[in-house]
Design a protein around this ligand. Structure first.
Ligand code: GLC
Ligand code: MG
Length: 564
């Protein structure tokens, strides 16, 4: 029987490393996730997406997979995965796992055996790389091998891109899909789903600011038409299995129309709506994204945060304002037709952690940022040894090579101080690098208000939590009806029970966005002054306090309301 459960599902993203640590080694793991499944069932989500837990040297937090069919000992073993899936199903939760088809780890058997036809190797242009492509993490997308040829890595050098023109690569991934489907997973989140096929001849982009073009403009290495053939093949495999197995694409495509191509009826089921995630806190912006998305007619998949972007409490202004807006955004997202993804900690209103010490940061995007490059070249200027660099790894993560350490060495050595100008430029670069570094949204989740990692595990977590996170812990919030946690829990319950009808905009004055779905209404005040609306009848839930005055509702700024 088919019920297409994913169409309106709320799916909770577990970043496994940072969710719950069962063995006190500071890293979240599968038994940890398993122990918290009742929490997720009680919160009221329909499914869980687990980020990669496969064998990996962890150059990119597990998105560098060395063996797609085994669990890294850091996270547990295959039996833990099977038990987790079994427990989840008993609790009525579906389980989605990540699949990483654009690249492997450089420690994958194929790369170690130098099977070059399965990767993208090319001769250089003289001493230069084969083309001008830049890595998403910074620097050229090519690394030179000992014999002079270069290999492509759109991400870190430890993540060589696979050659999807090779039928062996295609066959291998069909088999990997089957492996996890046989184990009982309900679906896949497809990493860099827009990446596998590259434009014929690997043409230059012709511009240096490629990082800023991601998801907004065409690029020869992303969103090529050829990827769709791969998904048609994958869909046939998913459809061989009973129980509505599905897949969601992480595809940063330039427009909503291009994103919709990934979810044609014979391809994948969902694609994250990153245009929604990127929209400013602004009525017109939000309305236009929602309008363009719904106009495609494809299934909509809303998302506000994930493990790669700044948490939305902070993105929307931080502090009290950020929290108010995040509460209103939750009501907006969960009222829209389609499915929604909730990133772990979003239900606690966690902000981005912006002040992590440099030496604990692990994100390759930070380690390869231009700030770090500047630090490195300065170190070289002063005849310090640059971090060890081998064939495929430019540096080991945070082992005495942090910028902080290099600054201290500079001072110890009595070297000439930086000029004020240079210092200021480096500070600006540093704060930009921190804005883009992804460790700040990956800090372990606080479960209780005491202990070395606030209930994440028995010891300290792999990233330190800010002191004031004790009051944001699950235990603290559970008992307060006004907490973010209680809001999510209430809203998720209501969403399940409501008989949503057809979507239609309700035009309201000023910066108030309003829409209905049958009898159900949602309004959000994006403006800076209190809006007066005609009393709607029965209010179901409000994101913050609102007033009533002579048959009118007074809706304060950054507040959303549901009524039916
Ligand atoms: C995706 C993941 C991100 C990872 C990258 C490379 O964007 O979400 O965390 O670094 O792919 O695999
Ligand atoms: Mg652990």
């Amino acid at each position: 029987m088919t019920n297409e459960w994913w169409r309106d599902a709320v799916i909770y993203q577990v970043y496994v490393r940072s969710f719950a640590d069962s063995d006190g080694d500071g890293v979240g793991d599968l038994p940890g996730v398993r122990s918290r499944l009742p929490y997720l069932a009680d919160l009221g989500v329909d499914a869980v997406w687990l980020t990669p837990f496969y064998s990996s040297p962890m150059a990119d937090g597990g998105y560098d997979v060395a063996d797609y069919r085994s669990v890294d000992p850091l996270f547990g073993n295959l039996n833990d995965a099977a038990c987790l899936i079994g427990d989840a199903h008993e609790l009525g939760l579906r389980v989605i796992v990540d699949i990483v088809p654009n690249h492997t780890s450089d420690q994958h058997e194929w790369f170690r055996k130098d099977l070059r036809d399965r990767y993208v190797f090319r001769p250089g242009r003289g001493e230069n790389p084969p083309n001008d492509w830049q890595s998403v993490f910074g620097g050229p997308a090519w690394t030179r091998t000992g014999d002079g040829d270069w290999y492509l890595h759109l991400f870190a050098p430890e993540q060589p891109d696979l050659n999807w023109d090779n039928p062996d690569v295609r066959a291998e991934f069909l088999d990997i899909l089957r492996f996890w489907l046989d184990l009982g997973v309900d679906g896949f989140r497809v990493d860099v789903a827009h990446g596998m096929v590259k434009a014929e001849g690997l043409p230059d982009v012709g511009r240096a600011d490629q990082g800023e073009m991601l998801g907004t403009e065409p690029l020869p290495y992303f969103d090529q038409d050829g990827v769709h053939e791969i998904y048609r093949e994958w869909r046939r495999v998913l459809d061989e299995y009973p129980g509505d197995r599905m897949a969601v694409a992480e595809a940063w495509a330039p427009t909503e129309e291009r994103t919709a191509l990934y979810v044609r009826p014979d391809e994948l089921h969902q694609a994250f709506n990153f245009h929604f995630l990127k929209a400013d806190w602004d009525a017109a912006d939000m309305r236009s994204v929602v309008e363009r998305t719904l106009a495609t007619g494809a299934p909509a998949t809303w998302v506000l945060s994930n493990h790669d972007v700044q948490r939305h409490v902070t993105r929307y202004g931080g502090g009290e304002t950020g929290r108010r807006r995040a509460r209103a955004a939750a009501l907006l997202m969960l009222a829209l037709p389609g499915s929604a993804y909730v990133y772990q900690g979003e239900e606690l209103g966690l902000p981005e952690v912006l002040d992590l010490p440099d030496e604990v940061r692990r994100d390759p995007k930070w380690l390869r940022s231009s700030h770090r490059t500047a630090e490195r070249s300065e170190a070289i200027e002063h005849c310090e040894r640059p971090p060890a660099s081998g064939l495929t790894s430019t540096e080991a993560p945070a082992r005495g090579t942090s910028p902080g350490a290099s600054a201290r060495r500079r001072e110890d050595a009595g070297l000439r101080p930086r000029t004020a100008e240079r210092s200021e430029a480096m500070d600006t670069e540093r704060s930009e690098a921190i804005q883009h570094s992804r460790d700040g949204c990956r800090v372990p989740i606080p479960g209780v208000s005491t202990g070395p990692s606030l209930g994440f595990g028995d010891g300290p977590g792999w990233l330190p939590q800010p002191e004031d996170w004790a009051k944001l812990s699950v235990a603290e919030q559970r008992s307060s009806p006004e907490s973010m946690f209680s809001l999510y829990r209430t809203v998720l319950r209501l969403r399940r029970a409501l008989p949503f009808g057809d979507f239609a905009w309700v035009d309201l004055p000023g910066d108030v966005l309003g829409f209905r779905r049958g009898e159900f209404h949602c309004v959000v005040n994006f403006g800076t002054s209190v809006a007066r609306l005609v009393d709607p009848g029965r209010v179901l839930v409000a994101s913050s306090y609102y007033g009533l005055d002579a048959g009118e509702v007074l809706l304060p700024p950054d507040t959303a309301l549901w009524w039916a």
